[in-house]
Design a protein around this ligand. Sequence first.
Ligand SMILES: [Zn+2]
Length: 260
Amino acid sequence: MYILYLDESGTHSEASYFVLAGLAVFEREIHWFSQDLDALQREYFPAENEPVFFHARTLRVPDTTGLPAPLNQLNRERLREIKDKIYDILRKRGAVLFGCAVEKNYAEVRREDPYEWAFEDLISRFDLFLRRINRLAVEESREEQRGLVVLAESNYKKTISLLAQRLKQSGTRWRSIRNVTDIPLFAPARDSRMLQYADFCANAIYGRYHGGLTGDFDKIAPKFDREGGAVHGLSHLSNDSSCVCLACLGRQGRQQGLSI
Ligand SMILES: [Zn+2]
């Protein structure tokens, strides 16, 4: 079983982009990801017995005085260190990343809801990823894998639940869904180490597309789902038809039948 954990970024009104993103992990990897965050907590907050909620935006704040305990025990530099180490874990561990960045203007012109569009896009990409995994599994006489999607709880829960039912029954606008069985489960990000990682993925992509900040994005860029040189795990839905970002270059290459 592969589980895709997703969180969103850019829901506030002044954001030019909405991002839904996260990581797909094979079930056995979850333990190791959780252990890594627990170890980070022991290193920076040795006296803390309850799980500390790591949230990307919190670790970036310029002024730490308003932060909740125990984060307010550390200065800005130490908080940045934690953030950097979380991106190091994402780069090092065996996860496959998926993300969709929707320019809000672009969605508005097309009368699309950014969250629903991004969700449908990612479900389709995750299903295609599983098809590739399973094609290989059949060739090598191994067991086929199914997919499960877990989303951070938000105001969109009801809408997304309804959309998910429709996608399961009728497929996405592009194709039928074969391998994603349970979509979606909702969990509070605070209670799930894996959803906290998903938040860091979404935040890095949001920073890249909304603010042109490439540092964290570049760290995780090699982890987006890809086959050969073609990037399948990242999509950029935008008015800019000449964009040469990782996602748009990959799409242009596929449309031209090139392997890039
Ligand atoms: Zn682009």
